[in-house]
Design a protein around this ligand. Structure first.
Ligand SMILES: *Cc1c(COP(=O)(O)O)cnc(C)c1O
Length: 477
């Protein structure tokens, strides 16, 4: 009979040292990916954990090699988990176009190129023709004024920052009047009442949740009033017995009383997108011509660029915003401006095809179906997985068009032995991860949000879930 106490002592002595662990082949590799300091800390954790485990349980005796192998595996697993939280590419097969968790709008090729170009030294605040200092964001601002008809424009970090800046500068010393029907929360912690209180303005609520009239606004105007704010409810809808004054009427009321009208348009559209069902999104140009003095909207929603808060409006207002010290804290960097300029330039060319968000929105379901059939055919040689086409719906997402569900063709997957959850997990664990959704026990792939260039990666992942190769013509030779 082996003596358990003795074997425990032997096993404890066989635990690799931190140094030994770091000098293994895996240790050397990990050193270059996480750095020696972090790796040493993890290696120490791993060996200490092993020591504790062996001390507290009666495990069978293990050899030096076995323990080293085990330690290396643990080291690799922890490092993998840590680097797994880094940003990397995924394939969005959910059909949700503006998927906030997946980075909202995917950039156009031009915008990606512009980001790369700006990554080094660039003309951020430099004019090579004169050799002197240039204005940051000048071209993006110029494009914004051309596209919206506004006098001037300013770019900040996101739409929440835009609202904070506008409310602080224009109404921080007074009152802002807003309808009770517009005190909304938009995902990601943007709440109108909170932004109001952060800005220092006193929020004056008028009307009711479903109905607010012009007279409600008029009755709330005092000597302390500075702004009337109109908020687009975005991912929230009040339907039925509702009323709200037209923007133009609100603008007239504001101007009669010496106030400004501010519209937070949220997603905002540069063009009329009602052909794609998006008839509720304010068109920025229309808001400006209806008399709004300042309008804010997001860069990474329907505009299809990076995260940014776009502000357009009257010269006088934009100048005040730009001069305020808060602007310095909220301004954007060169990478953001580069992507924004490229995307706005595509909007000016009316080039829907170039801007992924608009291209995806415009995709007719029959062209999605054709691509889906093609993929399913290529998977047909796979015995373990059954792929069929069913009709379904995509979504706009990102707080835009909550009622808009473009018709789509879905690839529905059923595995002969794995559950839907297991298939979805395997897809998520592929490289790049494929993000799909599950409904009625089926894993659903919506190609609306998958670029055609991503299809080979998708096919490879699907084939490997089926655990057999796809039926490429060469396999029949
Ligand atoms: C989305 C949204 C915001 C927040 O925009 P971010 O760019 O995400 O900060 C603010 N207001 C409205 C009305 C929105 O729809």
């Amino acid at each position: 009979m082996p003596n358990p106490a003795l074997s425990k002592t032997a096993t404890l002595r066989a635990i690799p040292s931190v140094d030994q662990l770091l000098r293994t082949e895996a240790g050397m590799e990990l050193r270059s990916s996480v750095g020696i300091t972090r790796l040493t800390t993890i290696a120490r954790q791993v060996t200490e954990e092993m020591r504790r485990q062996i001390q507290s349980a009666d495990l069978p005796e293990q050899s030096k090699d076995e323990l080293l192998g085990e330690a290396v595996e643990k080291l690799q697993a922890i490092c993998k988990r840590e680097t797994g939280s880094a940003i990397h590419r995924v394939i969005n097969a959910t059909g949700v176009i503006l998927h906030t968790n997946l980075g909202r709008a995917p950039l156009s090729d031009e915008a990606r190129h512009a980001v790369l170009e700006a990554a080094g030294y660039c003309t951020l605040e430099y004019d090579p023709t004169t050799g002197s200092r240039g204005k940051r964001g000048a071209y993006a601002e110029e494009l914004l004024t051309q596209l919206t008809g506004a006098e001037a424009a300013l770019v900040v970090n996101n739409c929440a920052a835009a609202a904070l800046l506008i409310l602080t500068v224009l109404a921080g010393d007074g009152e802002t009047i807003v309808s009770r029907g517009e005190l909304v929360e938009i995902g990601g912690d943007f709440r109108v009442p909170d932004v109001m209180s952060n800005s220092g303005t006193l929020m004056v609520e008028v009307g009711s949740t479903n109905r607010t009239r012009l007279d409600d606004y008029r009755g709330a105007i005092t000597g302390q009033s500075r702004l009337i704010m109109r908020v687009h409810p975005s991912n929230y809808r009040i339907i039925g017995f509702t009323a709200a004054p037209e923007l133009q009427a609100l603008a007239s009321l504001a101007h009669e009383s010496g106030l400004f009208l501010y519209e937070d348009a949220g997603s905002g559209a540069l063009d009329d997108l009602s052909a794609y069902g998006l008839s509720d999104e304010p068109i920025i140009r229309d808001s400006i011509s209806a008399g709004a003095d300042v309008v804010s909207f997001s860069g990474d929603k329907l505009l299809g660029a990076t995260q940014a808060g776009l502000i357009v409006g009257r010269h006088e207002i934009i100048d005040r915003l730009r001069r305020h010290s808060l602007y310095r804290a909220l301004r954007v960097d060169k990478l953001c401006l580069a992507a924004l300029e490229a995307t706005l330039a595509a909007h000016r060319r009316d080039s829907i095809e170039e801007i992924p968000v608009l291209r995806m929105l415009a995709l007719p379901s029959n062209s999605i179906e054709k691509r889906a059939r093609n993929l399913v055919e290529q998977l047909a040689g796979d015995a373990a997985i059954e792929a069929t086409i069913i009709m379904g719906q995509s979504a706009v997402g990102g707080g835009s068009g909550p009622n808009v569900h473009p018709q789509t063709a879905l690839i529905a997957l059923k595995h002969h032995t794995l559950s839907a959850d297991e298939v979805e997990l395997k897809l998520r664990q592929s490289s790049p991860p494929i993000i799909a959704r599950i409904a009625d026990g089926l894993v659903l792939i919506d190609l609306r949000t998958v670029d055609t260039r991503e299809e080979p990666d998708l096919l490879r992942a699907l084939a490997s879930v089926g655990n057999s190769l796809s039926a490429s013509p060469s396999s029949f030779n």
